[in-house]
Design a protein around this ligand. Structure first.
Ligand code: C2E
Ligand code: MG
Ligand code: MG
Ligand code: MG
Length: 288
């Protein structure tokens, strides 16, 4: 449309668009230096089973920009992907997660045994991703089975066969694989069976739709699909006791969300784990 308006097209470039472009440039510049300046950190959100037992946590990247403050990964991950910075950032996320895992092991902190890491489609598409990751994890002294790699359906949109090979490689090395935001993509159900997935993460939109007495047919369908394919199902974004109750009834295996705990800085996560362990011990002692 801009073309046909010819000279008038310039009018379509409104002041807020200049501001958006400036903001985006500032974010891009910031991202380039964020790794050196140690502006990134990992937060950890507990994942529990339906008895409330901790099974692990999802590592979520946080960026504290010197001038802008906290920038959401929903904003900066796409920029990191477009600029190719995602590979360096992704490697840092893995390194940082491994470092925390080692520390918790050394300090006898029972973090549940598994840490989930979000992996961008661009990382999956990198031909050396699986071998680099295996090396990185071995160098850190972590068993691959400690890590769950969360990928989205968009990882399969490009070269499906290449992505499938990479996933098979990763699975053979021993990494666990989870499909994140399941149910929000455009891919067909047929591919699900071909992928070596251990876990299906039910997108927050389905969980948000759960009411006290009404079991959302889509949520129940997704849990059923996971079970039938032999995968663990995990609900993300669980915010209320009602949602938890419905999920239990539907046979969901695992949960994560504000109802259980918000994502926490590593120190706070360690504290949360410790407090929870002693609370469970008290419960057991009084026979609750
Ligand atoms: P995701 O992997 O689906 O992560 C779940 C998001 O839901 C997180 O947002 C988390 O903070 C939020 N969340 C958790 N529980 C609740 C809840 O009960 N209610 C609501 N409303 N939200 C909840 P966050 O941390 O802002 O991350 C957004 C997305 O950014 C992630 O979605 C993931 O796709 C991406 N991301 C985060 N960290 C990384 C990373 O290290 N690498 C890559 N490639 N992507 C990342
Ligand atoms: Mg995730
Ligand atoms: Mg998700
Ligand atoms: Mg999501």
């Amino acid at each position: 449309r801009a073309k046909s308006t010819g000279r008038n097209a310039a009018r379509l470039f409104l002041p807020h668009m200049q501001r958006d472009a400036d903001a985006r440039l500032e974010l891009e510049r910031g991202l380039r230096t964020a790794l050196e300046q140690q502006d990134f950190s990992l937060y950890f959100q507990p994942q529990v089973d339906m008895h409330g037992m901790l099974v692990g946590a999802e590592a979520l990247l946080r960026w504290n920009h010197a001038r802008l403050g906290q920038v959401s990964p929903a904003v900066f991950i796409p920029i990191a992907e477009e600029t190719g910075l995602i590979h360096a950032i992704g490697a840092w996320v893995i390194e940082c997660a491994c470092r925390h895992i080692r520390q918790w092991r050394e300090q006898d902190i029972d973090f549940g045994g598994r840490i989930s890491i979000n992996i961008s489609p661009w990382q999956i598409a990198h031909p050396q991703f699986a071998s680099n990751l295996a090396e990185q994890v071995a160098a850190a002294g972590i068993e691959p089975s400690t890590l769950t790699l969360e990928l989205t359906e968009s990882a399969l949109l490009g070269d499906f066969d290449a992505a499938l090979r990479t996933l098979q490689q990763l699975s053979a090395i021993g990494f666990r694989l989870a499909l994140d935001d399941f149910g929000t993509g455009y891919s067909s159900l047929a591919y699900l069976q071909q992928l070596p997935l251990d876990e299906l993460k039910i997108d927050r939109t389905f969980i948000g739709a759960l009411q006290a007495t009404i079991a959302d047919p889509l949520a129940s369908f997704v849990i059923d699909v996971g079970r039938r394919l032999g995968m663990a199902t995990i609900a993300e974004g669980v915010e209320t006791a009602e949602q938890e109750a419905v999920l239990r009834e539907l046979g969901c295996d695992l949960m994560q969300g504000y109802f259980i705990c918000r994502p926490l800085a590593a120190d706070d996560f360690r504290q949360w784990v410790g407090q929870r362990a002693s609370a469970l011990a008290v419960d057991a002692a009084v026979g609750a």
